[in-house]
Design a protein around this ligand. Structure first.
Ligand SMILES: [Zn+2]
Length: 384
């Protein structure tokens, strides 16, 4: 037994469209904000049983305080390295959001919290796997692993090591994050992301009686912010956003401390190292103040390497056989694909739903795109 020709596959998934939407509904209606373990674990339990019904071997990686991570493996006929499908179960929406933005299908769009990012991606993986098993007499052409983590939206602190342990054993990593833009481009480059906290210590004094004795931490912070901004180079893709500043106590007190939270983005590992060095060597302009920096580049950039291009070309030829021209895109946001690509494992991202409005009340996935996304994913699992 073997998979049908691409046009047949597409017809099959068109017939499955209603069931794919139903699976998405099931996943969306179980809310799963990253910071509520019980909620993510509830979704994890349902996902385990769905993939378990397909015959996958389920392994639960128990962690605290984040939700558990779910790994599902399927054996393959040939002794190849497995394909690793990578996704996350958590969303950015707090519990109760579902009552304000309930799951619904309207004007060809599915709406609901986390629908595109990335519950539709998990549903697409489910239906692609189901179809491949159906077409191949219950066994994959090559082994497949699926890793669904619980904390991607908050930086993947508890899942990163697991992702980095599984990836090197895989021949390719396919990331179920939403596609880019209305054309549904796959993501062949993602910026690296870093977070830093800058703290300035000065000296408090009465703003009227002892002004000269004070060392103004906020004034020093403003100089540091100017210096930091100078490290940015948007044309090169290096951006620095000081997103939050706190400091001082009241107008008549020279402030003794100030703190800034900083988000940085870079396109290359070289720029990441360079920027990290600059930020961590900031010196106070006022020698009476102290400047302290903590933080790092949390996600290395997903660079458009040979392995990434090879996977994209494969995806493009599969899409072509299905009748469409699959584009590629470079984006500023990071994903867990950044970790696997940085280890040199060929990684292709943006294989989930076509949609938009991620992390907003308007988040949506396009219904009519679901069949060909499922067909693309199935084709990649089979052919990479
Ligand atoms: Zn995501």
């Amino acid at each position: 037994m073997s998979s049908p020709i691409p046009a047949e596959q597409l017809r099959y998934f068109r017939k499955q469209q209603r069931r794919i939407v139903d699976t998405i509904q099931q996943f969306v209606e179980i809310e799963s904000p990253s910071d509520v373990k019980a909620a993510v674990d509830r979704l994890g339990t349902v996902i385990r049983s769905r993939f378990g019904e397909l015959g996958g071997k389920v392994r639960v990686h128990r962690v605290e305080p984040a939700g558990n991570h779910i790994q599902v493996s399927f054996p393959g006929r040939r002794e190849h390295k497995p394909v690793l499908l990578l996704g996350h179960m958590d969303t950015v929406y707090p519990i109760g959001t579902i009552s304000k933005m309930p799951f619904r299908v309207s004007k060809g769009r599915i709406l609901g919290p986390g629908v595109a990012d990335m519950k539709a991606g998990i549903a697409l993986a489910f239906h692609a796997i189901e179809a491949l098993l159906h077409w191949n007499g219950g066994q994959f052409p090559r082994p497949l692993s699926l890793l669904l983590v619980s904390d991607e939206e908050v930086g993947s602190a508890s899942s990163r090591s697991l992702t980095e342990t599984l990836a090197p054993g895989a021949g390719a990593v396919l990331v179920l994050e939403p596609a880019q833009g209305p054309q549904g481009a796959v993501k062949t480059a993602r910026k690296g992301v870093g977070g830093y906290t800058l703290r300035v210590e000065g000296r408090a004094a009465h703003a009227g009686l002892d002004f000269e004795k004070g060392q103004n931490a906020i004034l020093e912070m403003s100089r540091q912010i100017c210096a930091l901004s100078g490290f940015g180079d948007p044309a090169r893709g290096v951006t620095i956003n000081v997103g939050r500043v706190t400091g001082g106590t009241r107008p008549n007190v020279v402030p003794a401390e100030a703190t800034a939270s900083i988000d940085v983005r870079v396109r290359s590992r070289q720029d990441a190292a360079e920027l990290h060095r600059k930020i961590t060597s900031l010196e106070p302009a006022n020698a009476q103040c102290k400047v302290m920096v903590t933080g790092s580049i949390n996600r290395p950039p997903l660079e458009r390497t040979g392995g990434v291009i090879m996977l994209y070309e494969k995806a493009r030829s599969i899409a072509k056989a299905l009748g469409w021209d699959l584009e590629e895109a470079a984006v500023g946001g990071g994903s867990d694909g950044n970790f696997t690509a940085a280890l040199g494992v060929p990684t292709l991202d943006g294989l989930g739903a076509v949609g938009g409005g991620a992390h907003s009340p308007e988040e949506f996935a396009v219904v009519s795109e679901l069949p060909r996304r499922a067909a693309l994913l199935a084709g990649l699992i089979e052919q990479v």
